[in-house]
Design a protein around this ligand. Structure first.
Ligand code: TYM
Length: 332
């Protein structure tokens, strides 16, 4: 079976619809077809300032939500990044073959550091993509299911894998990004040209899986839509309606053209009202299951410990090879 790895940051009290549709939904599907590794990337979550107790809480909420949307610990390996020390260890090595200029060109770093003030941004935020490369390469992943915003980080990962292999001998699988076009960039409900984002969207622009469903419904009903009245998928000229159609299509499992036909001659209000119901029906069981997993923390932590053990059996082997290839003296 081909191998897949992906990660998600525990930086909010809930994942949003962009996280789910852009990435996690594909994680669930790929458990069936791939040897799948998924991690809650807590090391990445400390790069831009955080509160320790909140991080611990959000790490568990993240794991619980992943289980609630359908990850099955019998069919995939679900773990917390900091439980597997090889991630930080490989990141150091990869950092030493990454160019300063190359890392400086990462647009996500440029965006986030300029928002914080470049002088105050941490070195961890700068080397964030190197750690992400280590996450992926440790497991020899063939594919990495992510949203469009991760494409550049995946390109860097491929470059680093090829560079290491070229300098020190074939060691890493060169991974490919797995990005599903239709859901690669879910946009902000209030600003449909920007991506839905936990760090930059306004509360009204973002649908959290764990928020009060009545609130989600209201946000959908007041989403910014386009001039004109035709319900047609046309991201260029109708970004608002196209985003709603994309979300509807993915959640209801219906094609966009089917939806266009259904809403032909009807108003934006009808579409929004129906989509609001679809969203409410979708999140309700996820919220119930998340609460159930969070109701037994001992069991949840145990499940994550088992995941970390499974992950280590792969990551330790890769790191051993890397240390040997790079010329570190093996301890006697
Ligand atoms: P994070 O936690 O910011 O986001 C998790 C996943 O959600 C996707 N995503 C979106 N997809 C579509 N539309 C949106 N509006 C949207 N917003 C977020 C992201 O693309 C991502 O796939 N760097 C990663 C975490 C990471 C990782 C890894 C990913 C760390 N190590 C190794 C893959 C492999 C991140 O910031 O995810």
């Amino acid at each position: 079976k081909p191998r897949v790895l992906s990660g998600i940051q525990p930086t909010a009290d809930s994942f949003h619809l962009g996280n789910y549709l852009g990435a996690v939904r594909n994680w669930v599907a790929m458990q069936e077809t791939h040897d799948a590794f998924y991690c809650v990337v807590d090391l990445h979550a400390i790069t831009a300032g955080h509160d320790p107790e909140t991080l611990r809480k959000r790490t568990r909420i993240s794991a619980a939500q992943l289980l609630a949307v359908g990850l099955d610990p019998d069919r995939c390996t679900l773990f917390v990044q900091s439980h597997v020390p090889e991630h930080a260890q490989l990141a150091w090595v990869m950092g030493c073959i990454t160019g300063f200029g190359e890392a400086s060109r990462m647009t996500q770093f440029k965006d986030k550091s300029s928002r914080q003030g470049a002088e105050r941004a941490s070195v961890g935020l700068f080397t964030y993509p190197v750690l992400q490369a280590a996450d992926i390469l440790l497991y020899q992943a063939d594919q990495v299911p992510v949203g469009e915003d991760q494409r550049q980080h995946l390109e860097l990962t491929r470059d680093l894998a090829q560079r290491f292999n070229g300098q020190f001998g074939a060691t890493f699988t060169v991974p490919a990004a797995y990005i599903v076009k239709e859901t690669a960039k879910i946009t902000d409900l209030q600003d449909p040209t920007a991506k839905m984002s936990k760090s930059s969207s306004s509360p009204a622009g973002i649908i959290d899986l764990l928020e009060d469903p009545a609130r989600s419904a209201k946000k959908i009903r007041s989403a910014v839509t386009d001039t004109g009245r035709e319900i047609r998928f046309d991201p260029e000229n109708k970004p608002g309606i196209s985003n709603l159609l994309g979300i509807y299509s993915a959640l209801a499992g219906r094609s966009v053209s089917d939806l266009e036909a259904e809403y032909e001659g009807r108003g934006y209000g009808d579409l929004k009202k129906d989509l609001a119901e679809v969203v409410v029906e979708f999140v309700r069981p996820i919220q119930e299951r998340t609460a159930t997993y969070l109701g037994d923390l001992a069991q949840l932590d145990k499940l994550l410990a088992v995941g970390a053990e499974k992950a280590r059996s792969i990551s330790a082997t890769t790191l051993r090879t890397v240390y040997q290839r790079i010329g570190f003296l093996a301890p006697a």
